[in-house]
Ligand binder design. Structure first.
Ligand code: SAM
Length: 394
């Protein structure tokens, strides 16, 4: 499999080079209106914003900032395929303007825009990020009624363009099965509150750049891409910053396009992409190792699982997981100043630590060797049974 990752320096309102209906999934985090660190970026795009803020007219500034974001959402709508999804990480803002402290509800403005475009909103995720900031408790201290609730979450909005995507040809169906996630991952990823993702620790990007760009954690983009696209799909991030979404797309075996108005960030994104082969492959291997640990615990607690993955030979909970094949990057090469080409192996990672599976008493002797895996494929694939769905609900 081959993919490409492209980084464009410029305003996401104008990505005419990206053809209509060419993107399968948008994953992004815009600058948050009314969060002070983004006043300058918004102000440079529309001078009325700084004037309104200076005049203490917070709600007017808020509306103009959202009209700038709206013009990017319009462009996302143009390039997104029917049935494609949009995942937007956005936080609401609390701010005092003209001595009045109030909430500026960014997520509801964004939802309103997408409703106008006819999108279907799906259940969102609350990303719970605890803060230890000294000014965490605001307002009148222990005295009613003027103390304020501490804001420690952000939204991940999930929207769909038109009816559900259909997978019709056999190649797409096979890629979808290969892109499935593990049962135990599903139980965490599709929960409505993510409280297991902390901070923005990313070895690939230095801390100054990360702070300046307000990068989100790689795991957020990685999960969303795995949840709402298949291998070989095209992912767009119109506010790509340091390129977190692009790195996650590369690790997930997807093509990607990232756009950022700050020209100093695009070289950062390109450099980290070029050098991430080892870290991308470690991410996949860690998933495999976590699955093996899960399978071992499950064997001890509840006995053997019913199905076996045809590529790795380890046990899985459901028939839908039998074809999972995590991407393994062979090479990343720069094609030109803004594009990297990526090549992946078509076979499973054989060097990950599968030996530990054999220590499982419940599976000793029952783990399949590579030679035996072809037999499994006939029993392990097929349509999804009621049985599998039952497992999902339990
Ligand atoms: C919250 S940051 C995104 C951080 C990114 N998720 C990461 O992990 O690095 C928002 C980004 O949007 C960019 N931006 C703001 N307005 C833009 C526009 N009109 N077009 C493209 N990028 C824009 C900013 O320069 C900033 O890098």
């Amino acid at each position: 499999m081959k993919t490409t990752v492209r980084v464009i320096a410029g305003a996401a309102q104008h990505i005419e080079g990206v053809p209509p209906h060419s993107v399968d999934l948008v994953v992004t985090s815009p600058p948050y209106p009314m969060i002070e660190m983004w006043d300058g970026v918004f102000g440079e795009q529309d001078s009325r914003i700084l004037e309104r803020l200076a005049a203490g007219r917070g709600l007017e500034a808020f509306e103009i900032m959202h009209s700038l974001l709206d013009s990017v959402w319009r462009e996302c709508d143009r390039v997104l395929k029917p049935g494609g999804m949009i995942c937007i990480n956005i936080g609401d803002a609390t701010r005092t303007v003209d001595s009045n402290f109030q909430l500026y509800s960014n997520h509801s403005q964004v939802l309103r825009t997408f409703f106008r475009h006819g999108y279907t909103a799906l259940p969102d995720i609350l990303w719970r990020k605890q803060t230890n900031a000294p000014n965490k408790f605001l307002g009148s201290g222990m005295l009613p009624v003027g103390a304020y609730v501490t804001y420690e979450h952000e939204y991940i909005l999930i929207l769909r363009k038109g009816p559900r995507r259909r997978f019709t040809d056999s190649q797409e169906k096979a890629l979808r099965r290969r892109s499935a996630f593990f049962w135990e991952e599903r139980n965490v990823w599709f929960s409505d509150i993510w409280h297991d993702i902390k901070g923005t620790r990313q070895a690939l990007v230095d801390s100054v750049t990360r702070r300046r760009s307000a990068a989100f954690p790689l795991e957020i983009a990685y999960r969303l891409i795995s949840m709402f696209s298949i291998q070989g799909d095209v992912i767009l991030d119109p506010f790509v910053g340091t390129g977190t979404t692009l790195r996650a797309a590369l690790a997930c075996g997807r093509s990607a396009i990232g756009v950022d108005i700050d020209p100093s960030l695009t070289p950062v994104a390109m450099e980290t992409l070029i050098s991430m082969r080892r870290s991308a492959n470690t991410y996949s291997r860690d998933r495999l190792s976590r699955h093996i640990e899960f399978a071992k615990r499950r064997a001890v607690d509840s006995g053997p699982m019913k199905y076996c993955n045809v590529n790795y030979g380890f046990p899985v909970m459901t028939r839908q997981e039998t074809d999972i094949l995590l991407p393994d990057v062979i090479s990343i090469a720069r094609s030109n100043a803004e594009v990297v080409s990526v090549e992946y192996a078509d076979s499973p990672q054989l060097d990950f630590d599968s030996a530990s599976m054999h220590e499982m008493p419940a599976y000793r002797g029952s783990i399949q060797t590579m030679g035996q895996r072809s037999e499994l494929s006939s029993s392990g694939t097929g349509t999804d049974s009621q049985d599998d769905l039952q497992l999902y609900r339990s």
